[in-house]
Design a protein around this ligand. Structure first.
Ligand SMILES: NC(=O)c1ccc[n+]([C@@H]2O[C@H](COP(=O)([O-])OP(=O)(O)OC[C@H]3O[C@@H](n4cnc5c(N)ncnc54)[C@H](O)[C@@H]3O)[C@@H](O)[C@H]2O)c1
Length: 255
């Protein structure tokens, strides 16, 4: 049986855990050669080991996506290892809680924390896109990119000012690139609802009942359920999809 990503070389950022790890595993199961990248070296090694244990092909790249030199090295690793790059899932990200701003309304956000979240979620994604597009162009100009945004990329959420700003900007940047590089390179934004990953641990510990009561499915998404959409968008099956936001949220936004 052929896989959805047979023969493709696909980069996944934020691959040390959560949605990124589940995606690395699924993409490899669907036939991709995966470059699993993250700032957390141990998590990268674990992800590569998990993919290989399942019979897939992967290599790791340790990169801080706020540094363009790390990003260049990450792309170079993909090309040195597998000869080319066909797709990228720019998925790494951080929340307000991770920079000490959990529960703070807009006027209480700290400037340094705001810069940090924009630096990782927005500038990091742009730096990745820039390097990936250049690599696609160097090898013929064709490719597909999926950027992870969030429900916070399409609507507001209390006390998430910097996060929401970064994710709305990712959606806008994705649309612009889709116009610029059509039809050769496709760009889409994936907007997860609430997903059962480390990122959500604090939120669930503080207010699980409140979160679950807003989700028509009455449960969190599993990371693999997001990976499935990213896989489709990166594959030829998504060949006419570009410049869009794909919300996967158990019905949250229908309400
Ligand atoms: N979990 C959710 O409910 C949820 C909801 C909406 C959107 N998202 C988005 O999904 C994406 C993946 O998050 P997740 O839920 O899998 O959480 P996660 O914390 O498990 O994964 C995020 C990964 O990004 C990595 N990362 C952070 N800063 C980095 C940097 N500077 N350089 C390289 N890697 C870096 C982390 O090490 C981590 O492995 C994020 O962009 C997040 O904003 C998550």
């Amino acid at each position: 049986m052929s896989g959805m990503l047979d023969g493709k070389v696909v980069l996944v950022t934020g691959a040390a855990g959560g949605i990124g790890r589940a995606s690395a595993l699924l993409f490899a199961q669907e036939g991709a050669k995966v470059v699993a990248a993250d700032v957390r070296a141990e998590g990268v090694d674990e992800t590569v080991a998990i993919v290989k244990a399942e019979g897939g092909e992967a290599t790791g790249a340790v990169a801080d996506l706020t540094r363009s030199t790390d990003i260049d090295a990450m792309i170079a690793k993909a090309v040195e290892t597998y000869g080319r790059l066909d797709g990228a899932f720019n998925n790494a990200g951080i929340t307000g809680g991770q920079v000490g701003q959990g529960g703070k309304p807009t006027a209480e956000w700290d400037e340094e924390a705001f810069d940090r979240i924009i630096g990782v979620n927005l500038k990091g994604t742009w730096l990745c896109m820039r390097a990936e597009i250049r690599q696609f162009q160097a090898q013929g100009g064709v490719g597909a990119i999926v950027n992870t945004a969030s429900l916070a990329g399409v609507t507001g959420f209390l006390t998430t000012s910097g996060y929401t700003a970064s994710k709305h900007a990712v959606v806008g940047m994705t649309k612009t690139a889709a116009l610029e590089y059509a039809p050769d390179i496709r760009f889409n934004a994936l907007c997860p609802g609430y997903v059962n990953t480390d990122m959500l641990k604090d939120t669930m510990a503080r207010r699980a009942d409140k979160v679950l009561s807003r989700i028509p499915f009455g449960r969190l998404a599993e990371a693999k359920e997001l990976a499935e959409m990213a896989c489709w968008l990166l594959s030829e099956r998504g060949s006419y999809a570009t410049g869009q936001t794909f919300v996967v949220d158990g019905g949250y936004m229908a309400g």
